[in-house]
Design a protein around this ligand. Structure first.
Ligand code: DGJ
Length: 738
């Protein structure tokens, strides 16, 4: 085991170590010095150190590039108070600060005890190291409130995961006002820049950047789910130093699909810490005597190789450690979905006709979207009634599914299990199942209410209807949608002081349903959709195979959305459909080739009304699907290099390199040519300098006369495309020669 890891580490950090530096490579991923009471965690390029200071607190010591070993870590010594206004508890970067003893910075844990005490001071008790896992136990100086701080090191992927388990070993309940997974401290200093993702429906994944100044940058969702408005991802780098291709960058991602918060807080003393976990807003989790609460997991990493490497590390980590099936997971099939073509007007004849056409294009999965169940004709009715609509599918789903299979595709179906329309049999039977505050108006969004999945009976209902649906029909794929946020998070079936547990229990039950379904139906794949990209995070991705990043399918907008998405998540799980023009949202008309090539930067799907496609369009689409299948492993599992950002001008380009270096694919897009300007030369990245590559073109846009070039030539001289006019695009593949 150690041997394999050592070899891979050499590859990962070869730019930073001499290959003969066996000492560093042979070290365990977690080291402890009993003399100095310090720990050193090593993951890829990243070192992370903390220790016990003279007061008994855990103190963060270092987070950044790789140290030689534990000898490089000085012992922890608290920092002095600054005047009488910033006490030592505040100036000292605590590893997991409780709110108490004069802490003015963001606490990781805040507790109200039943006697009214709210002072919590956590001191070291013990620790254990098992392989790549470290567990450190701290407790309050007088009350038996214990916190297990968990650290899991992923040496091969360069990621450290942290989470906490808060235990109440007293005989009285306490209320947790806030509970973070972890607090990460950056090396002291200024000049940092923070990056994060914001948005709204149809405009998710917008990249934000701001200098890190004294004060806080708060990224959060108070909505009960991950949200379109912010995504639990951050990156912090050095303003003057870090670029796409070089320089230091610290980054992290929360694994939680409920309300969450990440606070980047900088003190007046140039100390920045990033605290993340449950959103403290409206939190108040009652922890009974003897009970414990586990926080979400906060994953983080460091690289010295720029912003592009941040995303590559995350993509690889997600592929190998988070997504179901890991490295062995099936590549995403090309799917067809008729939502934009037919909306709610689905029926047996119409869907079968579309399936025939989709199969002819080379689609591998056919998905019936919203509208197939209950009395669903519009979004006014039907959610909650998961029987097949007898008018639309008089013979049930079987004939369509059989035809889809006969055409060589697998079959998927849309569900929105957590919702109910007031106009539904389910709501008429169980109005109490909807989330609400008793006696208050029930806030509707898209004419629907949320089922309170925190309730056992509701969770059981949801599991059993999905289980029945998948058992009775040959269904390989569920598109799991979620089309609104919480507005009335009441839970009146439990005592008042338990009701806020809804923020934790709802998500725990959601994960449990997904896990049970997958266990019972091992071949089943699931897409996380929330009116587009409202539920994408490392929590849901443990149970889902892909995500729908946005309802916005306009190819030009998609270039920007996809660029933001892939900052945080793997292109391999990013579903991207080619839909009709003019696009429903922007009324923009973009050529079919451009639409296809944009969608090929993720997991390709087709969502247009094929009944309206001409024979020529069908032919072009068939060729595009064939092309995609040939590059799919490189795009879905390779390393992404951003050559030209779509945020910065009319031209954009991306490159994907297979992990074994044997292939690469380049995409080039021109939105609109101005003043006859030539398309910028694309200097490739991530190739082997001495290797030679055969260049395969799909059209006559490449101006290079040579059909073979060295890695050096491709990376230094670059590729010259002649893209002209509006919405021009091209792609080439490179094959390394033996
Ligand atoms: C929102 C999704 O994002 C769409 O793709 C579609 O499935 C609709 N819901 C259906 O109501």
């Amino acid at each position: 085991m150690l041997k394999t890891r050592t070899i891979r580490l050499v590859l990962l950090v070869s730019g930073f170590f001499a290959l003969g530096d066996c000492n560093a490579l042979a070290q365990p991923s977690i080291q402890y010095s009993a003399d100095r009471k310090v720990w050193l965690l090593q993951a890829g390029e990243q070192s992370y150190a903390f220790g016990v200071n003279e007061r008994g607190e855990l103190q963060s010591l270092f987070w950044g590039g790789r140290l030689q070993g534990i000898a490089d870590v000085a012992e922890a010594k608290s920092l002095p108070e600054r005047a009488s206004f910033d006490l030592s508890t505040t100036t000292t970067p605590q590893e997991y600060p409780g709110w108490g003893a004069g802490l003015y910075t963001e606490p990781a844990l805040k507790v109200t005890f039943s006697n009214g005490n709210r002072d919590l001071v956590l001191h070291y008790v013990s620790h254990k190291i098992e392989g790549d896992e470290l567990q450190v136990l701290v407790r309050d100086i007088s009350e038996p409130i214990f916190v297990e701080l968990h650290y899991r090191v992923y040496p091969d992927q360069g990621i450290i995961a942290r989470w906490s388990v808060i235990e109440n070993r007293s005989d009285q309940p306490v209320v947790l006002e806030s509970a973070a997974a972890a607090s990460w401290s950056l090396p002291p200093g200024n000049g940092y820049e923070a990056h994060w993702l914001t948005g709204h429906w149809a405009e998710e994944w917008q990249q934000q950047a701001a200098p890190v100044e004294p004060g806080s940058i708060v990224m959060e969702s108070r909505r009960g789910s991950t949200s379109h408005q912010a995504n639990p991802w951050f990156e912090i780098d050095r303003q003057q130093e870090t670029t796409e291709a070089s320089g230091p960058a610290w980054f992290g991602e929360l694994g939680w699909s409920g309300s969450w918060r990440i606070t980047v807080e900088t003190s007046s003393f140039q100390q920045t810490r990033i605290t993340g976990g449950y959103n403290p807003f409206d939190f108040g989790y009652k922890l009974d005597a003897g009970a414990h609460l586990q926080t979400p997991i906060f994953y983080a990493g460091y690289t010295g190789r720029g912003r592009g490497e941040v995303s590559r590390l995350l993509h690889r980590f997600q592929q190998e450690e988070i997504l179901p099936g890991g490295d062995k997971a099936r590549l995403r099939p090309v799917l067809y979905n008729s939502w934009e073509a037919t909306e709610f007007n689905v029926d047996e004849a119409g869907q079968t006709a579309l399936a025939e056409k989709a199969a002819a294009l080379g689609a591998e999965r056919f998905v019936i979207d919203d509208g197939w169940f209950g009395q669903r004709k519009t979004d006014n009715a039907g959610l909650g009634d998961w029987y097949v609509n007898p008018q639309k599918f008089p013979h049930g789903l079987k004939p369509v599914i059989d035809r889809v299979h006969a055409l060589g595709m697998d079959f998927g179906i849309w569900v929105e299990p957590e919702m109910v329309n007031p106009d539904s049999d389910l709501y008429r039977r169980h109005p109490d199942w909807a989330m609400n505050f008793p006696g208050r108006p029930r806030t509707e969004g898209r004419n629907q209410l949320l089922l309170n999945l925190a309730r056992k009976d509701v969770a059981e209902y949801v599991f059993s209807f999905l289980d029945k649906l998948v058992t009775e029909n040959d269904i390989s794929f569920l598109k799991w949608d979620y089309n609104r946020n919480w507005a009335d998070p009441g839970w009146d079936a439990v005592p008042v002081d338990e009701q806020k547990k809804i923020y934790v229990q709802y998500v725990a039950n959601l994960y449990d349903i997904l896990a049970r379904l997958r266990a019972k139906h091992p071949g089943l794949e699931i897409e996380s959709c929330s009116g587009g990209g409202g539920r994408v995070d490392l929590g849901i991705l443990r149970y889902t195979d892909e995500v729908w990043p946005s309802d916005n399918t306009d190819a030009l907008d998609r270039l920007v959305l996809q660029d933001g998405f892939t900052r945080a998540y793997s292109p391999g799980i990013m579903m991207a459909w080619v839909t009709d023009v003019p696009n429903f949202l922007d009324r923009r008309t973009v050529p079919l080739k451009f639409r296809f090539l944009v969608a090929m930067n993720g997991s390709l799907g087709i969502g247009g009304n094929l009944n309206h496609w001409t024979a020529q369009e069908m032919q072009e689409a068939t060729e595009m699907v064939t092309y995609y299948k040939s590059i799919r492993p490189v795009v879905q599992r390779g390393e992404l290099y951003r050559l030209l950002s779509p945020e910065e001008g009319s031209a954009s380009a991306s490159e994907y390199v297979a992990r074994d270096g044997s292939k690469a694919v380049v995409f080039a897009f021109l939105h609109s040519q101005r003043f006859g300007a030539p398309f910028p030369v694309l200097r490739l990245q991530g190739l082997q300098p001495n290797a030679h590559y055969r260049i395969h073109t799909m059209d006559d846009k490449l101006q290079q006369p040579q059909s073979e070039l060295s890695g050096d030539a491709l990376m230094h001289q670059g590729l010259v495309f002649q893209l002209t006019g509006d919405y021009d695009s091209s792609s080439v593949t490179l094959e390394r020669l033996p």
